[in-house]
Design a protein around this ligand. Structure first.
Ligand code: SF4
Length: 229
């Protein structure tokens, strides 16, 4: 997965509705209350040879349409705390995610209701674009930014854990062998693992998740650029 030892268990084209592990836990509870199978499966993680653990960073709902979508087209959990992927639509990503492709209209997904907004934005001036997106999309934009910042945080975390020799990820394994090994290895969610190895106390893990859920990093980063929220 890029230059990081992250293993994607499902090909991108088959992956639907990605959830961070702390979001997946919430979705499992919602689904239990509703009596449905949310088809939540591990999607991305790191195979740590040191602890013989597959550390799950993300899950996805393995279904063509979201299992929480009702037959009348409404969301069963609309009034509840949903996931970044639910809240960031119609954005695909924010200008804070560093990828190889240039910033352009592709930061938006397909949405007929967008009309001419994507054409009117200034993709050449990053700071101006952040302001325009925040003023046009508000909370939706914060969801996209927070999602990208959690991604950035998790990427740095992997490097930090490797440097401190707290994990020894499987690298350069043939993919078939790697997937077979993951199937036969215990799986532990990321935050649980961080507490298990003493990288975080339980309180630090809970506080970090809370920070992500409240979009605190996104608010701070957008405020740094726009001067106010
Ligand atoms: S908004 Fe509701 S129906 Fe849509 S993806 Fe999220 S949980 Fe599923």
């Amino acid at each position: 997965y890029g230059k990081l030892p992250l293993v994607q268990l499902v090909p991108v084209e088959e992956m639907t509705f990605p959830l961070w592990e702390f979001e997946a836990k919430r979705f499992l509870e919602y689904a239990k209350e509703l009596g449905i199978d949310p088809k939540i499966r591990p999607y991305r993680g790191v195979l740590d040879l040191q602890s013989n653990t597959f550390i799950v960073f993300n899950y996805h709902m393995n279904s063509k349409s979201c299992p929480l979508l009702k037959t009348d087209g409404k969301c069963s959990i609309y009034g509840k705390e949903r996931a970044f992927v639910c809240n960031l639509f119609p954005l695909n990503r924010s200008p804070f995610l560093h990828v190889d492709s240039p910033l352009d209209k592709s930061i938006f997904g397909n949405c007929g209701g967008l009309e001419t907004i994507p054409e009117k934005l200034d993709y050449k001036d990053n700071d101006k674009l952040v302001g325009q997106l925040y003023h046009s999309f508000g909370h939706t934009f914060l969801a996209a930014v927070q999602h990208d910042l959690v991604m950035e945080w998790s990427n740095k975390l992997i490097l930090e854990l490797m440097k401190a020799k707290k994990i020894r990820p499987a690298i350069n394994y043939p993919r078939d062998k790697l997937l077979r090994r993951i199937q036969n290895t215990r799986q532990v969610d990321l935050f649980e693992f961080l507490v298990e190895i003493g990288h975080f106390t339980q309180q630090e893990a809970d506080a970090t998740i809370e920070r992500f859920r409240n979009y605190e990093d996104a608010k701070e980063r957008v405020k740094q650029v726009t001067g106010s929220l």
